[in-house]
Design a binder for this molecule. Structure first.
Ligand SMILES: Nc1nc2c(ncn2[C@@H]2O[C@H](COP(=O)(O)OP(=O)(O)OP(=O)(O)O)[C@@H](O)[C@H]2O)c(=O)[nH]1
Length: 193
């Protein structure tokens, strides 16, 4: 099977759960006392996709404001960006929209954008409606899932959706499926939070 390396970066406010999503995906573990990321951290995981192996090279950026200027180093050259917000904090959804604007202006033209509404285990204190976020994601042709790193909900599905948006190696260079180019409906059956 052909091995493809896919650079993926995670963006979003501090505390939304970016590192926790990566830990759940790579190590299948969750640490309620995880420390904030300093600068950025890097992990990899290889998964089969159709007749290929996708090796995700994952850059988890720090959400704290003092690290904000570092982000372009990580999203430049990325195949996909996962922008994470916390469903219990409306302001983190506003920050997400700013990241989308920045990616449009300065990111790679065909970058696959995925939006993850994390902490969906905290539905009782939700501030962002799932429909509002889904409609927004559809409007920019982004992948959308609500996730819980804590309860392992939709974490693998998030990466599967990204894999699906990557043109296969023999599909030709013109078949980009970036968020500016083409709509594609989601086929993964997601667990509901
Ligand atoms: N209830 C709940 N808590 C979560 C979830 N994911 C992360 N957390 C908690 O949220 C806090 C922040 O998680 P992090 O993964 O460090 O968040 P981050 O976005 O990487 O933060 P920075 O590194 O500062 O950018 C931690 O206390 C986590 O345990 C989740 O799905 N559900």
């Amino acid at each position: 099977m052909a091995l493809r390396e896919l650079k993926v970066c995670l963006l979003g406010d501090t505390g939304v759960g970016k590192s926790s999503i990566v830990w759940r995906f790579v190590e299948d573990s969750f640490d309620p006392n995880i420390n904030p990321t300093i600068g950025a951290s890097f992990m990899t995981k290889t998964v089969p996709h159709q007749n290929e192996l996708h090796k995700f090279l994952i850059w988890d950026t720090a959400g704290q404001e003092r690290f904000r200027a570092l982000a372009p180093m990580y999203y430049r050259g990325s195949t996909a960006a996962i922008i994470v917000y916390d469903i219990t904090k409306e302001e983190t959804f506003s920050t997400l929209k700013n990241w989308v604007k920045e990616l449009r202006q300065h990111g790679p033209p065909n970058i696959v954008v995925a939006i993850a509404g994390n902490k969906c285990d905290l539905n009782d204190v939700r501030e962002v409606l799932e429909k509002e976020a889904k409609d927004y994601a559809d409007s920019i042709n982004a992948v959308f899932v609500e996730t819980s790193a804590k309860n392992a909900i939709n974490i693998n599905e998030l990466f599967i959706e990204i894999s699906k948006r990557i043109p296969s190696a023999n599909a030709g260079a013109t078949s980009g499926k970036g968020f500016k180019l083409r709509r594609q409906s989601s086929e993964v059956e997601r667990r509901c939070c």
